[in-house]
Design a protein around this ligand. Structure first.
Ligand SMILES: [Zn+2]
Ligand SMILES: [Zn+2]
Length: 251
């Protein structure tokens, strides 16, 4: 609250002093926690403008199951996203992840919590768990963006969060740099559950920033279920495009 008052005060004295952390523009009306109203609207429009796979949440031409979910059923119950990984939402993910703007996790985490609140298919949830970052990568970046998002989501949904139970045991190369086929073997065996008793019989909500091939969410879900979790669902900020047909363009 104090921060908001300070922000308003700055805006009053110095209208150009506060720039939007996503688009960098100054002087626009500021919505939730510093994102300007333009960026905020763009993110909301993005979310409403597509159909998605009822299982993994990737965008599709029509509401259905994407071909990958049909070919190889995911271990997770459902995954949903705030929007498609493009435009302002893509910018926001980049700001949060690569340009040292951890404070963006607050408004973005709130948007994710809203997605969970409005999707009845999640059912009852008991524990929020972020996709972990390997300690080496964590030292480089200084923070795990998925953990910051998970904390905000948990706070909003009034659920406990456990940022230690799922660990990254192998510092694999970033998924974005690999081909689709390589991505699967890259994450295989890269995660572990530190203490299975903490996930036993629980309904877990996994939190990550982006969902592209879904291999990371699949692998994290698999190890959590193997450790005794009752059900694993996921929520991400941004998702990729899915396809209904085998011949379609790959994301
Ligand atoms: Zn903006
Ligand atoms: Zn799918």
């Amino acid at each position: 609250m104090g921060k908001n008052i300070w922000h308003s005060f700055l805006e009053l004295i110095y209208p150009s002093a506060c720039s939007c952390p996503v688009c960098g523009r100054r002087g626009r009306e500021v919505k939730e926690e510093g994102i300007c109203s333009f960026c905020f609207e763009q993110i909301s429009v993005n979310r409403k403008s597509w159909s998605y796979c009822l299982r993994c949440g990737r965008t599709l031409e029509e509401e259905s199951w994407c071909m990958e979910c049909r070919d190889d059923q995911p271990p997770f119950h459902i995954a949903r996203a705030v929007g498609l990984y493009e435009g302002v939402l893509k910018e926001a993910v980049h700001c949060l992840k690569y340009r040292g703007k951890p404070s963006l996790s607050r408004p973005l985490g709130r948007l994710m919590a809203k997605v969970v609140e409005t999707e009845a298919a999640y059912g009852r949830l008991e524990l929020v768990v972020p996709v972990p970052l390997h300690p080496v990568r964590l030292r480089e970046r200084g923070y795990n963006q998925s953990e910051l998002l998970a904390r905000e989501v948990a706070d909003r949904l009034n659920l406990p969060v456990d940022c230690r139970v799922l660990t990254k045991t192998r510092n694999n190369v970033p998924q974005a740099s690999l081909s689709r086929r390589e991505r699967f073997s890259n994450v295989e065996g890269a995660f572990a559950v530190s203490s299975p008793s903490r996930v036993l019989n629980r309904r877990i909500l996994l939190v990550d920033d982006i969902f592209t091939t879904g291999n990371t969410i699949r692998e994290c879900s698999r190890v959590l279920l193997q450790a005794g979790a009752q059900r694993v669902s996921a929520v991400v900020l941004a998702t990729g495009r899915g396809s209904i047909r085998h011949s379609g363009a790959k994301i």
